[in-house]
Design a protein around this ligand. Sequence first.
Ligand SMILES: CCCCC/C=C\C/C=C\C/C=C\C/C=C\CCCC(=O)SCCNC(=O)CCNC(=O)[C@H](O)C(C)(C)COP(=O)(O)OP(=O)(O)OC[C@H]1O[C@@H](n2cnc3c(N)ncnc32)[C@H](O)[C@@H]1OP(=O)(O)O
Length: 194
Amino acid sequence: MSGTSAALTPPAGAVAPVRHPDAPAPGELLGAHYEQCFGCGEAQPHGLRLQARAGEGISLTAEFTVQPAHQGAPGLAHGGVLATALDETLGSLNWLLRTVAVTGRLETDYVLPVPVGTVLHLEAEVTAVAGRKIYSRATGRIGGPDGPVAVRAQALFIEVKTEHFIDHGRPQEIRAAMSDPDPSRRERAFEVNP
Ligand SMILES: CCCCC/C=C\C/C=C\C/C=C\C/C=C\CCCC(=O)SCCNC(=O)CCNC(=O)[C@H](O)C(C)(C)COP(=O)(O)OP(=O)(O)OC[C@H]1O[C@@H](n2cnc3c(N)ncnc32)[C@H](O)[C@@H]1OP(=O)(O)O
């Protein structure tokens, strides 16, 4: 049984998403957008280190291996960690649109328990765009990319301006990210040049 709230149903007038001309080519790894990101960053010892790869259209695949630090019940992934994996995967789609957006709503179905050591194979796509609202969905499979669905989600991301992060983030991390000598890392942490 899977329920979808009205807020996750695209309104009349929603349009198909458009892939940005500079989006990474299908098959290309997206890389971490911010090294301290709990979802994808390499500098987070207990983070998910999720790796996303561009697909066709506005879709991507991603993988995440459940570590002992991600447990809820003994030997099983915490549901919040699985939601994080879905959130990160869905959020990464916005890079293919080159739109800066944050999660407004994330609805998750937990279908199968996910043991520690499992590789979660995620797939996600944007289904529609309505003004600042980006509608998307994702699944996570276990036992291989064609294995059974263990988790799935639908989400609504809301486009924001770069100032969202500058205005709300803690100054010390913002200063550190802005002074990164790598221009592409600065761009992905804070701004997107469409
Ligand atoms: C962390 C992202 C970093 C991005 C860095 C930059 C570049 C990125 C590069 C690569 C990206 C790669 C990976 C992505 C990474 C991570 C994925 C994880 C993302 C997150 O984990 S991110 C953290 C959690 N997230 C928040 O921290 C949001 C807190 N929140 C707010 O900051 C405001 O709440 C906001 C801005 C959402 C809206 O505020 P607002 O004032 O701008 O707009 P407003 O309220 O008018 O809403 C406009 C229209 O959206 C509808 N709407 C709004 N919220 C809704 C809801 N919840 N449910 C249903 N509909 C909703 C309204 O109903 C209205 O609809 P309508 O236009 O039809 O009236």
